[in-house]
Design a protein around this ligand. Structure first.
Ligand SMILES: NC(=O)c1ccc[n+]([C@@H]2O[C@H](COP(=O)([O-])OP(=O)(O)OC[C@H]3O[C@@H](n4cnc5c(N)ncnc54)[C@H](O)[C@@H]3O)[C@@H](O)[C@H]2O)c1
Length: 380
């Protein structure tokens, strides 16, 4: 008989759906001692949250997250709300002794994130931040190849995350679906939204970043605010590019924008080492491109590894070799690793403290862009 693990989900938007899907699937594919139970969904609109709960199979609903946190029958609070709500909900949930899963970015900035880490560590509750790209099997395979030392000394890291959905100047800012354009809700623009993913992956694959030199731009400077009805200044960065130096001596370039016409979610990274290189592209997420200079010369070239065999990360849990999986499975893997970590007493990463490191890089980027100079990244 499995032990129930009761989920209290806050927010029914994009991530509310992605996480709910993961909770529903995980016990069917992964061997865990706990049975995930969709206990309660919470959001402010009673009718909408009821419809969401009915669709995904939640047993009950709440319209105030404080009520949800007070409930004795909830084990895990999952925060799928805009960035400016993460701290208040996460610290209250930790105080109430709940396990806390928080969407990325952890916080609005480093100092706020630090307080969240203090609260969660004081409470001693299991915690995790949803940097899900680590658990795309091809990205996990990249980590394995790097840890095996196949690349040798790393010279370069190159990442980008390109979108094109905010080019229209008539698009308003604020409110449902558009909170990402409102600095009060989002904290920053592409830096905290998209580069946060690139940085989390980079820190995981290539180690700490020492210093950054960034530039940002806000192409559309004013937009109507959906909540006030007034045209207001846009406070987020629409685009950001930065150079950085990693502690291992490698040099890097990162770029993100919502103004790259034709690109919807083009997240790519490339790593060049003395012996081998790796390239990954979210639009072709089940493939890992790998070049090894030690191959025999006449057959040397970029290999396109279809990461779908039974011995590839996570793939033995799914279908038969050769059949690929997709974006949503990265969330299933993250839930599976979180629960397995709780069971084994070996926390799944990134936890709050690990995700705070990304927050410090984000702070340094924004400071560098505003001051026009290189900035050293805070460590703790
Ligand atoms: N891991 C990823 O790849 C990924 C992808 C998208 C978003 N995110 C993160 O997930 C979070 C949510 O993003 P989203 O795309 O799901 O947003 P969304 O706009 O689709 O959904 C946000 C939800 O939060 C609810 N909400 C807002 N304020 C609330 C409050 N005070 N109390 C209760 N509910 C409230 C809204 O009603 C809505 O249901 C953000 O932090 C975002 O950065 C992560």
């Amino acid at each position: 008989m499995k032990k129930p693990l009761n989920i209290g989900m806050i927010g029914y938007g994009f991530m509310g759906r992605a996480h709910s899907n993961a909770y529903r699937k995980v016990n069917n594919f992964f061997d865990l001692n706990h049975q995930i139970v969709l206990k309660a969904a919470c959001a402010r609109d009673a009718a909408k949250v009821k419809a969401f709960a009915d669709n995904w199979g939640y047993e009950s609903v709440e319209t105030d997250w404080r009520q949800l946190i007070e409930r004795k029958d909830i084990d895990v609070i999952d925060i799928c709300t805009p960035n400016n709500t993460h701290k208040e909900i996460a610290t209250a949930a930790a105080y109430a002794g709940k396990m806390v899963l928080c969407e990325k970015p952890l916080s609005m900035d480093g100092p706020e994130g630090k307080k969240m880490v203090e609260a969660i560590e004081k409470a001693g509750v299991p915690n995790m931040v949803w940097y899900n790209y680590r658990r795309v099997p091809a990205v996990t395979l990249a980590k394995q190849l790097i840890d095996q030392g196949r690349l040798g000394r790393v010279f370069h890291y190159r990442a980008k995350f390109l979108q094109d959905w905010t080019i229209n100047p008539e698009l308003p800012q604020g409110g449902a679906g558009l909170w990402r354009l409102d600095v009060a809700a989002a904290g920053s623009g592409v830096t905290g939204d998209l580069l946060a993913h690139c940085i989390d992956t980079a820190l995981w694959l290539n180690g700490p970043i020492d210093s950054v030199c960034a530039m940002t731009e806000t192409f559309v400077k004013e937009r109507k605010h959906t909540q006030t009805g007034k045209v207001e200044k846009v406070g987020i960065d629409d685009a950001c590019a930065f150079l950085c130096r990693f502690s291992n001596g490698s040099l890097a370039t990162f770029e993100s924008t919502r103004y790259a016409r034709g690109h919807k979610a083009l997240y790519t990274f490339e790593i060049n080492g003395e012996n081998a290189s790796i390239f990954w592209d979210l639009h072709d997420l089940h493939r890992l491109q790998y070049f090894d200079h030690r191959d025999e010369g006449i057959v040397r070239g970029w290999r396109s590894i279809h990461v779908s065999d039974g011995d590839h990360p996570y793939m033995g849990k799914w279908w038969v070799p050769g059949l690929q999986i997709g974006y949503e499975h990265s969330f299933v893997h993250q839930v599976a690793d979180f629960v397995a970590g709780v069971e084994k007493g070996q926390p799944a990463m990134p936890d709050f403290r690990d995700a705070l490191r990304t927050q410090f890089v984000l702070d340094a980027i924004l400071q560098s862009a505003s001051e026009g100079r290189w900035v050293t990244v805070a460590k703790e």
